[in-house]
Write a protein that binds this ligand. Sequence first.
Ligand code: ATP
Ligand code: MG
Length: 345
Amino acid sequence: MHSQLHQNSKSDAQAEKILTGDRATGQLHLGHYVGSLQQRAKLQHQYEQTILVADLQGLTDNGNNPHKVSSNILNVVADYLAVGIDPLKTTICLQSAIPALAELTMYYSNLVSVARLQRNPTVKNEIASKSFGSSIPTGFLMYPISQAADITAFKATLIPVGDDQLPMIEQTNEIVRKLNSIAQDEILVECRPLLSKVPRLPSTDGKSKMSKSMGNCILLSSSEKDISKAVKSMYTDPNHLRIEDPGQVEGNIVFTYLDAFHSDLNYVNDLKQKYKEGGLGDGTTKKILEECLQEILRPVRERRETFISDKAQLIEILQKGSEKSQDESSQVLKDVKNAFGLNLF
Ligand code: ATP
Ligand code: MG
């Protein structure tokens, strides 16, 4: 009875297809967890879902350090399994193992100007923070095009992402419209983002987004000790010197994290009230947050340890998922080549 219901709900939602992914630039962190992974673990029961380990995209700013990418591919897969993404329900695949994705990127690159790529706000921010100077790798500037290839190759309509990805989705839809107008047919489909309630988790110092490349993360694999250290170092209200002083909740990272992770929001609201009135110390709020994070991460870390110790299993999951994805994406590639009149044989 239960499985019947389950199957029905998946087929009812057949029109929606999910594609999302992560760069293989490091282990996944709490930002991924609240920004996208939790949603994916839920959505896999309802929708057809593909998740891509983006190794090619990881290389776009690591061309001189490819080991960083190759050594993190299986880490990312282990993270997926640890949060409950089930390879029997979700297709997990590897970007570099699906040649159609690189080919589509080349075709689409003829439809996007360099100026348009330079205007992409996320690319702009990342270029500034990575201090490329005048040596921006071509691949890096083009990565929104490769993301459009990933999304369209699976005819995905729903993309669970953090808010830094909104400009990529906008650019993808521009490419979709251009290509369809060239083809004079709806060969590609437009997509829309699905943001979680925490579309951008800040780093523990509050200075920027928690991000693999910045090394400012609480990882899904972080030890109890590391979690404790990270919480203790969190940015709060610098003017809240004595416990009795009224404190500020806005911009106080401990409260940002309590909002993001605590299961009882009424309780968090009571804490905020007390903090604002004065009488609640940072030591106490940090202790509450630490307990909450330890509780969330303990089972994830334990599951992850089991998965990462069986590399052969992780490779098999990726290989199977990539093989499955090849058929789907080759069909889209064929349609796109057709649209450009490249179909002699
Ligand atoms: P890198 O620094 O290599 O770019 P990253 O930490 O930004 O790594 P990505 O692989 O670029 O991670 O992002 C994968 C997905 O996770 C995207 O959908 C992104 O929006 C989401 N995401 C990443 N960081 C956060 C965050 N701090 N809060 C919410 N969502 C996030
Ligand atoms: Mg990123």
